[in-house]
Each structure stands twice: as structure tokens, then as C-alpha cells.
Design a protein around this ligand. Structure first.
Ligand code: FES
Length: 202
């Protein structure tokens, strides 16, 4: 289960920078006159990208004014969906899927690695300020379980040792490679099987 927390430390103000403003205006223009509030999810996402991957309350208020809608409605959307972070996250944000297929394939062993190597409690940032982690529901890559999302990319077919190596590489400022850690291409079968008939246990 993922935990939603609103940060106690909140910036007083928020406004879109030039780039975000340009994207936001373009998104809003996609909706018919009078239906601009439908852009609320996209605008929250733009705010999150601009603000180091989390959304302060001041950004929700800003978006409410931007879309001419009640602040509480923006707040309701932001607090409902888990993809919005309402508290600061690390520069590398680990979202560990612990829904059933990933759980059966060892997701909680990955959670233990996160607890030991990043921070004891989810959503707390590591001592070096680089990483934080959170349990999330299914990320739609069950066939490559267990998996996690780190920032914008998926890391799949993981085990504890591989995750420890990923964390070590981040600590050493080395590049980390997304994709399958069993060498699979996307979700192709393991061991070069091309049909279910090629295995007795299929
Ligand atoms: S259960 Fe983990 S990606 Fe679907």
C-alpha cells in the first residue's frame, strides 16, 4: 500500500515558469470553451515536473486560479491519485510495485533492500538526499515482475543483488540502465521460448 502524506514544509508561493506556462496554455487550449477544468490532472503533472517531482499546496492554489475552479477540487484530485507526490522525493524516486504478481515474485525482498539502503520508512529521503522510495500498486509490467519505476523508467526482472547494485551505482554517480535485468527484450518469454508448447510445464 502506498502512503499519501502532505509535506509539513510548504513553500509560500508557486507559479509556472515560462516553459511550464507555455505547455499549460497549450494543454488548456485542447478543451472546449467552459471545459478548461478538465486540464487539472495535466496541470498538476506539469507543476510536479517543475517542482522537483512534488506538488506543494501553493501549486494547487495556483492551478485552481489558473483554471478558475475551487481549490478543494484541485486538492481532491491531487490527493486521490498516487502519481502525484505531495511531499519532497529524492532525486532518484523508486516506486516499488508490491501488487500480487510482483509480490509473488519477490517484491518485498526489494522493499527490504530499499529499507536497508535508502531509508527505513517510505517517503523519507536518504541521508545523501539522492534517493527515496515508495510502495505503489500495479505499474502494468506484471510480466516482468518484480519491477519498479525509478523516475521515468522501468527496471524489471529484479532481484535483491541487482537492486543493491543499482543503488550503489547511484551513490557513485554512475549510470543506471533501465529494462529487464534478465536480459529479456521487453516482455518476450524467458529462455528463447516462442510457443507454450516448447515447455512441458507451460
Ligand atoms: S503487479 Fe507489479 S507491475 Fe503489475
Amino acid at each position: 500500500m502506498s502512503i499519501k502524506k502532505i509535506s509539513k514544509d510548504q513553500p509560500e508561493t508557486f507559479e509556472f515558469n515560462e516553459k511550464s506556462l507555455e505547455i499549460a496554455k497549450k494543454v488548456v487550449s485542447n478543451y472546449p470553451e467552459g471545459k478548461q477544468q478538465s486540464a487539472v490532472m495535466a496541470l498538476l503533472y506539469i507543476a510536479q515536473r517543475q517542482n522537483n517531482n512534488w506538488i506543494p499546496l501553493s501549486a494547487m492554489k495556483y492551478i485552481a486560479k489558473f483554471l478558475d475552479m475551487p481549490y478543494i477540487k484541485v486538492y481532491e484530485v491531487a490527493t486521490f491519485y498516487t502519481m502525484y507526490n505531495l511531499t519532497p522525493v529524492g532525486e532518484y524516486f523508486f516506486q516499488v510495485c508490491t501488487t500480487t504478481p510482483c509480490m509473488l515474485r519477490g517484491a518485498y525482498k526489494l522493499v527490504d533492500v530499499c529499507k536497508n539502503k535508502i531509508s527505513e520508512y517510505e517517503s523519507n529521503i536518504s541521508k545523501d538526499g539522492k534517493m527515496s522510495w515508495m510502495e505503489v500498486e500495479c505499474l502494468g509490467a506484471c510480466v516482468n515482475a518484480p519491477m519498479m519505476q525509478i523516475n521515468d523508467h522501468y527496471y524489471e526482472d529484479l532481484d535483491e543483488k541487482q537492486l543493491e547494485k543499482i543503488i550503489e551505482n547511484i551513490e557513485k554517480n554512475k549510470k543506471i540502465d533501465p529494462g529487464s535485468y534478465k536480459g529479456r527484450k521487453s516482455s518476450e518469454p524467458e529462455n528463447n521460448r516462442s510457443t507454450l508448447m516448447e515447455s512441458k510445464n507451460a
